[in-house]
Design a binder for this molecule. Sequence first.
Ligand code: AP5
Length: 227
Amino acid sequence: MNSSLTARCVFLGAPGAGKGTQAKRVAQHGTGEAESGLTHISTGDLLREQVASGSALGAEAKTYMDAGKLVPDQLIIDMVKGKIERPEGLGGSAGWILDGFPRTLPQAEALDTNLSGENALTHVISFAVPEEVLMGRLTGRRTCSKCGAIWHIEHKPTSKDGVCDQCGGDLTQRSDDRPEAIGKRLEVYRSQTAPLLAYYGDRGVLREIDANRSPDVVFQELLTHMQ
Ligand code: AP5
């Protein structure tokens, strides 16, 4: 991919499928200034920012997130619309990657309503990983509290326990990466998000990636799909 690429993508997949890992990498990939020009928008990260800021929206969202449930559609749709409408949001850049949105049919329909013509979706990438692999990925995940880098205690360990290799920040474990919450998140994925595969399959924009391979191999295939 080079900096002139224009892509408007949705990364779709179960919790732990690697959407965040790859979205960060694609957004940073490129030549020269090391930017592809794609904006990475993660609804999970936006919600966690709201929780950390102590806002009313964050307090409401946290009860759903910690239980492994989806935050109500209207709240999420309003949040994403706010992002789209800001100049540094979806508009005006070379494109964007939506990571974790949409994940229900009403969210997908709301996205279609807001993005049409030259702003329409170009790619929906489905990250396929067997469910038995996901639990280990999620319980072992650690996230940098300062720069947001994603690590794993086995698959992608830092050189010093609990300290980010990129910025020296402290690593934390997400409150929804407990086995009970993970079980609920997988169930919610099966019942509410997996139906989007048929929704986007019918529109001819869906590409599936076998994401149960090394992050480097997945990344290279992703670039091929997005070119
Ligand atoms: P969100 O933050 O979006 O969580 P998620 O969808 O459950 O996805 P994850 O972030 O858990 O996984 P990922 O696919 O990004 O995997 P990652 O790259 O980190 O949402 C959290 C919550 O917010 C939801 O439960 C809900 O409550 C709410 N929410 C968010 N969006 C919403 C919406 N649209 N509607 C309603 N509610 C919403 O990788 C995981 C681990 O695996 C890492 O440790 C990584 O290092 C490792 N790994 C990655 N790739 C590989 C690989 N190829 N091989 C080995 N290990 C790998």
